[in-house]
Ligand binder design. Structure first.
Ligand code: RB5
Length: 156
């Protein structure tokens, strides 16, 4: 397993899918931190608040990785990628789940609860968690992303 500690967040749109994924993670050898939104909260919440809770912990290396769910996964990914060291990507297929790990060393999986069947989403999460970064020439590209962060004053 490439992630020992994984955080999970959603906004109101992703609440049901988050519940399913927390159940999936609890069957794997992974420590899970559910950072909200709490299942009992019935009002709308703002995805940047939850993306920030998770991405800041990954950025500070308090978590190895995370899963963020909103209606499309897009808002979560935009907000999470503002945090240095976070590589968040929206995944929509088995192939994109695998590539986001093998080529991009993604450490934050973003899923859309309104764009994906929940069982497909769970399959993508499993693939993402079980796929290794391929390193090699892909590491050169990841290093270039870190250089962009440094150039823009975003240090870890
Ligand atoms: C909430 O309605 C929706 O905008 C949010 O879940 C997400 O899809 C944003 O990217």
């Amino acid at each position: 397993m490439y992630f020992s500690t994984v955080g999970i967040v959603s906004d109101h749109a992703g609440r049901d899918l988050k519940k399913l994924l927390v159940e999936l993670l609890s069957t794997m050898e992974i420590t899970v931190e559910d950072l909200g939104v709490a299942y009992e909260v019935e009002t709308s919440v703002d995805y940047p608040d939850y993306a920030g809770l998770l991405a800041s912990r990954i950025s500070q290396k308090k978590l190895d990785g995370g899963i963020a769910i909103c209606g499309t996964g897009i808002g979560m990914s935009i907000a999470a990628n503002k945090y240095p060291g976070v590589r968040a990507g929206v995944v929509w297929s088995e192939f994109s789940a695998r590539m986001s790990r093998e080529h991009n060393d993604s450490n934050l999986l973003c899923l859309g609860s309104r764009t994906l069947n929940e069982h497909r989403a769970a399959d993508f999460a499993k693939i993402w968690l079980e796929t290794a970064f391929a390193k090699g020439h892909h590491q050169i590209r990841i290093d270039k992303i870190s250089k962009i962060e440094k150039k823009n004053g975003l240090h870890i």
